[in-house]
Design a protein around this ligand. Structure first.
Ligand SMILES: [Zn+2]
Ligand SMILES: [Zn+2]
Length: 468
């Protein structure tokens, strides 16, 4: 297991052929971590004027203590209070969707990562501010990461919930004119995660963070699959780091539901480490695969229909056992079965693909085709691809088979942690689930088990079997 505080600021020797550097200078996940904030800020920053960004609830949860601790130690701090969301920390925030399972839905009036929120922060930003403090969960960190990258003012991330893996991330999913796009941001100078605060986070946010971690199970399988099949770059150090963090998180799911400090600490460390792993390899491969593509597809569908959104991690958690079923069914097939499918493979013409995408994505069709068509193969190349997969099948199966968790076991882990574990929780019916399995692969060009199933012509059949 990697000690997260030792990783901060380090260069990592690695035999993958790439140099790795952890650009975050200080990472701490401890009880009472906020008490160390003055020392950390003194060490990292030259000036003593801070701008603290929070909302009403995250201010109560941690911001007030951050403010008091810093001002008691000679710092000056301004406060930028963003619009109040309905989520309340330390309260029984939302009716559970089922006894023991936290609600997967995001509050409808949560602050958005949009132009308005950015301007709110910019207006509060006086010229003499030397560092920013992002006190909150995903959204506040996304906003501050953006402002920090454009102003050059460094920031400290002070998470208030173990809900997302974006604390160590450098990209910002920004809503502009109502459309979501990913824009560059920057990493925090330090992450100070106080487990006393995190243990009091709303249960729906803790459950969402757990779902996002569960998703790494299939994300890592997809990464290894692509590495074995096509030689895609895989850094074993980052892979192992991610894998051991996932295993640690999954070792005590009921501890997550009971908010045991050790379990919440393992969850927060896992979420931060997944950001670090992405930083090391330079993309989101260690943390995101076909389960994320399914989650993105649902997000798209829900927002097209103007529906309420479940938490990102809730969607990812629900998608993971579905992808694990796809893996399990494929891993049960031997070389002869895959070879027979490859021999019988019928290529798909670009016009048929276009029509499928139009049926599935509606108004987003052009965008999706622009994203995915760069990896479409000619009809001859498709036949060769199917044969290539058949030839590599023994190696793929040997490498992955023992790592594929049983889908029921994954559902059980989610349920034990109090996290939503099946599509019904987010009103995804069998029809939409089927459509998702067939079309999620068009959202990104990243290679996954769904694309492999498509490449050997069994995606449709598998989707039918998985949904049953
Ligand atoms: Zn995620
Ligand atoms: Zn490496």
């Amino acid at each position: 297991m990697y000690d997260i505080s030792d990783l901060a600021g380090r260069s990592i020797e690695c035999d993958c052929g790439h140099g790795h550097e952890v650009l975050i200078k200080h990472i701490e996940v401890e009880s009472g971590a906020i008490d160390n904030l003055p020392d950390v800020c003194r060490k990292l920053f030259t000036g003593g004027n801070a701008l603290l960004i929070a909302d009403d609830n995250t201010y109560k949860a941690a911001g007030a203590k951050v403010y008091k601790t810093l001002t008691n130690h000679g710092f000056d701090a301004d406060i930028c209070m963003l619009k109040r969301p309905s989520v309340e920390y330390g309260a029984d925030e939302m009716p559970a969707s089922q006894p023991g399972i936290a609600s997967p839905w995001e509050p409808a009036d949560a602050i958005a990562t949009d132009e308005r929120s950015i301007v709110r922060i910019m207006v509060a930003l006086k010229p003499d501010i030397s560092f920013l403090l992002a006190v909150g969960s995903g959204t506040i960190n996304d906003l501050v990461r953006f402002v920090s990258s454009r102003t050059g003012i460094p920031y400290v991330s002070i998470p208030t919930a173990p809900s997302v893996d974006g604390y160590a991330s450098t990209v910002v999913p920004l809503l502009m004119d109502g459309f979501k796009r990913t824009v560059p941001g920057t990493y925090p100078a330090a992450i100070i995660a106080d487990t006393d605060v995190l243990c009091n986070a709303p249960s729906s946010m803790i459950a969402a963070g757990f779902g996002d971690m569960v998703g790494k199970l299939t994300a890592l399988l997809d990464w290894k699959l692509s590495h074995i099949l096509d030689g895609e770059y895989l850094c074993q150090t980052s892979f192992d780091m991610m894998n051991s963090a996932v295993q640690k998180c999954l070792s005590d799911p009921s501890g997550i539901r009971q908010r045991k400090p050790d379990a919440i600490k393992a969850l927060m460390e896992g979420l931060i480490l997944s950001g670090v792993a992405m930083m090391l390899v330079g993309n989101s491969r260690p943390a995101s695969g076909s389960e994320h593509h399914m989650a993105h597809y649902w997000e798209m569908k829900f927002s097209q229909k103007g529906l309420e959104q479940p938490y990102h991690g809730a969607k990812v958690g629900i998608a993971t056992p579905v992808i694990a079923s796809v893996y399990k069914k494929l891993m049960d097939m031997d070389e002869a079965q895959i070879k027979a499918m490859a021999d019988a493979y019928t290529p798909i013409s670009p016009s048929v693909r276009r029509q499928r995408i139009a049926d599935a994505f509606g108004p987003l069709t052009d965008e999706v085709i622009a994203e995915s068509s760069s990896v479409w193969l000619s009809e001859d190349a498709q036949k060769q691809r199917a044969q290539h997969i058949a030839a590599r099948w023994p190696a793929i199966r040997d490498a992955l088979r023992s790592s594929v968790l049983d889908p029921e076991e994954i559902k059980h882990l989610l349920a034990s942690a109090g996290a939503a574990y099946s599509a019904e929780y987010i009103n995804v019916d069998a029809g939409l689930l089927h459509q998702t399995l067939l079309n999620a692969m068009y959202i990104r060009t990243r290679y996954t088990i769904l694309r492999l199933a498509d490449d050997i012509g069994c995606l449709e059949g598998l989707a039918g079997e998985v949904i049953g």
